[in-house]
Design a protein around this ligand. Structure first.
Ligand code: DGL
Length: 272
């Protein structure tokens, strides 16, 4: 008898999520909140992190490899859960994979920013590559007449990964990087890096709770939910979605730091 391979119904295929490392778990966490029944596959390119200091050309190459890996795993959609990769490579990925639904983290937050009233001065913070790519700045200025202030904050990523959050060192770094935005009296701040949601409290405190803070992970997850439903490709199952994590470097290091991000134990991490 010929063995037949079981066809997985398209809607039941997993959602692929990739990031340069662990930071994309902030996006993963938001996706899990709004889409509890979807199967999720996360790829953290931990062997090549950080992307935030690398050139757009290199990030394009890495991102293409990451998407190919997720396609092999049979995903129905790819979320580029990395601001740097979204800034440097999203257009390239759309060109490489015209038939695949690929969602980055920049467009969802900018689309929500546009809908808001009383926005006059917008701050954007991210990695050096994200800020220098001008991707956020362009996306905003295409749609709104506002002043944009962009600042890269390279020390934020290691601080978060070391778990140094409610600490005087973090407040010093926040002051060092954000004093210019404070002086400029921004009314809205976009957290344009996967790690920054973990610094929400010190940043909000620094601005005296007077600045509207927008987290790209939050808006990306909600946009993804909307797209899956509009395209009729959501998983209609009522069971909890399964999760698999793949990393390109040590699974143990990813597990330890990843638990800080997810705020729950991380299991099923495979090295690739
Ligand atoms: N995931 C990256 C981002 O959101 C931050 C870490 C890195 O530099 O790779 O921009």
């Amino acid at each position: 008898m010929i063995k037949q391979k079981k066809e997985v119904v398209f809607n039941e295929r997993p959602i692929g999520i990739f990031d340069s490392g662990i930071g994309g778990l902030t996006v993963f966490k938001e996706i899990r909140k709004v889409l509890p029944h979807e199967h999720l596959i996360y790829l953290g390119d931990t062997a090549r992190v950080p992307y935030g200091t690398k050139s757009p050309e290199v990030i394009k190459q890495y991102s293409e490899i990451n998407v190919r890996f997720l396609i092999e795993k049979g995903v129905k959609v790819v979320v580029v859960a990395c601001n740097t990769a979204s800034a440097a490579a999203i257009a390239y990925l759309h060109e490489c994979f015209p038939d695949l639904l690929i969602l980055g983290v920049i467009q969802p937050v900018v689309e929500n920013l546009i809908k808001l009233d009383q926005v006059k001065k917008v701050g954007i913070i991210g990695t050096a590559t994200t800020i220098h790519s001008n991707a956020y700045q362009r996306a905003i200025l295409e749609h709104m007449r506002v002043e944009v202030f962009a600042q890269h904050c390279p020390l934020f990523v290691p601080l978060v990964e070391e778990g140094i959050v409610d600490h005087p060192l973090t407040m010093q770094a926040v002051d060092y990087y954000l004093s210019g935005l404070k002086r400029a009296e921004i009314d809205t701040l976009i957290l344009g890096c996967t790690h920054y949601p973990l610094l929400l409290r010190p940043i909000d405190y620094y601005f005296g709770h007077r600045v509207r803070i927008m987290d790209s992970a939050y808006y990306t997850a909600r946009e993804l939910k909307k797209i899956l439903s509009e395209r009729h490709v959501a998983n209609e199952s009522h069971k909890s979605g399964e999760e698999r994590f793949f990393v390109t470097d040590s699974a143990e290091t990813f597990r330890r730091t990843g638990e800080l991000f997810l705020e729950r134990p991380l299991v099923a991490i495979e090295h690739v």
